[in-house]
Design a protein around this ligand. Structure first.
Ligand SMILES: *Cc1c(COP(=O)(O)O)cnc(C)c1O
Length: 395
């Protein structure tokens, strides 16, 4: 689908995006840029992608009418159940797509970066599925904090390499992955976990995740006899689940798009990840975008209770949706998200990932009409967050 909100040929979304990379990385990124569209539009690629989404991931995911939640907010709320995907979140849609591209480029060694470990697990999963070697870079501190995901990756056959420089978190893991890719240009493919990084990654990842809004359209038509909802609400870390949920609605300006960022302990507390509100234009991971930084351009450490939203930038597509006001950006504190997560558990019997709980908290900030159709993208399940819920609510 061509849309003025999608990337142009150079990978720009308005003034954001592009490929700002060291020269040493140019051949790798250029190879991908020249081939990703052709590959992903091949008939055999589409067939393999769709059959894996169906039989391995479990798609289409349900569009579930949340009756009790709807009653509470006096409107019609549907949940897009990405939490029911294999491995528990939307991330697998993207890693399946990218590993199929890697195979068609003849690559047999896969690298990835991970923060909380969710993207690492999704990558290790598809590498096991395809029998490819998998190396996941992860900050030393994150390795300590996210032991269960490290164990999962190891069980799936991946090697987890600690990043020991800087703050020993996601951005340092990303630097290590980029260094590895520079040193192994021939046989290695870098699977990036969100709509971030140099062109063509943001566009490629958005296309793989766009299956979410493609399904929403078909499902709404079947259930409600209309293709478009009034609102689509999704949380934004880097922005991939939101990009997927928004994708096929970008040009329908009647559909209100709401992107939800993590305000952490409060937007002005110095401990948040509310990038659109606090960010300024800068370059991170090869892309020009909005970025939390100091006056002299040093990246500010982000904070959120949910590890998946704890990212100092947003993808260039979202920076442009913010700047053009096509999407409304709201931010939700840790406390609001935790309460919304507990409420969904009690009202609907669904424990959401804390990332997704941020999207649900927005329901308390907006007033909807009784006949509005509101879709909340339930990006992942809360199993991984049980310890955080337990400690927070002293359960
Ligand atoms: C990783 C993650 C996110 C944030 O990533 P996006 O690229 O912004 O979608 C949101 N929800 C869940 C469940 C995640 O695992």
């Amino acid at each position: 689908m061509s849309s003025k909100y999608n990337a142009d040929e150079k990978g720009f979304y308005g003034e954001f995006g592009g490929a700002f990379i060291p020269e040493m990385l140019y051949p790798n990124v250029e190879e991908l840029r020249l081939k990703y569209l052709e590959i992903s539009e091949e008939k055999s690629f589409k067939e393999e992608f769709q059959s894996l989404l169906r039989e391995y991931v479990g798609r289409p995911t349900p569009l579930y009418f949340a009756k009790r939640l709807s009653q509470k907010h006096n409107t019609k709320i549907y949940l897009k159940r990405e939490d029911l995907c294999h491995t528990g979140a939307h991330k697998i849609n993207n890693t399946i797509g990218q590993i199929l591209v890697a195979k068609r480029l003849g690559k047999h060694r896969i690298i990835a970066e991970t923060g909380a470990g969710q993207h690492g697990v999704a990558t290790a999963t598809v590498c096991a599925l395809m029998g490819l070697k998998c190396i996941v870079y992860m900050g030393e501190i994150d390795i300590e904090r996210q032991a269960p995901n490290v164990a999962r990756m190891k069980m799936l056959g991946a090697e987890v390499r600690p990043a020991t420089s800087g703050s020993k978190t996601l951005k340092d893991a990303t630097n290590e992955a980029i260094r590895d890719w520079i040193n192994n240009p021939e046989d290695t493919f870098y699977i990036i976990g969100s709509v971030v990084g140099p062109h063509p990654y943001p566009d490629m990842v958005a296309r793989f995740q766009s299956v979410i809004s493609e399904e929403i359209k078909l499902q709404l038509e079947e259930i409600e006899n209309r293709k478009n909802p009034d609102y689509v609400i999704a949380c934004v870390g880097g922005g991939s689940n939101a990009a997927g949920a928004f994708y096929h609605f970008l040009d329908d300006e009647n559909v209100n798009l709401i992107a939800v960022e993590a305000a952490g302990k409060g937007v002005n507390s110095g401990e948040s990840a509310a990038t659109s509100l606090l960010g300024k234009t800068g370059v991170i991971h090869g892309s020009k975008t909005l970025l939390m930084q100091t006056n002299d351009g040093q990246i500010t450490e982000p904070y959120s209770i949910s590890a998946g939203l704890d990212y100092p930038g947003i993808g260039p597509m979202h920076a442009n949706l913010f700047q053009t006001k096509r999407a409304e950006f709201l931010s939700i504190t840790d406390d609001e998200a935790m309460e919304a997560g507990l409420e969904l558990a009690k009202l609907e019997g669904i424990i959401p990932a804390i990332e997704s709980a941020h999207a649900f908290a927005v329901l308390n900030h907006k007033t909807f009409n009784p006949d509005d159709i509101v879709i909340v993208n339930l990006s992942g399940r809360g199993d991984k967050d049980l310890t955080t819920y337990i400690n927070y609510f002293k359960i």
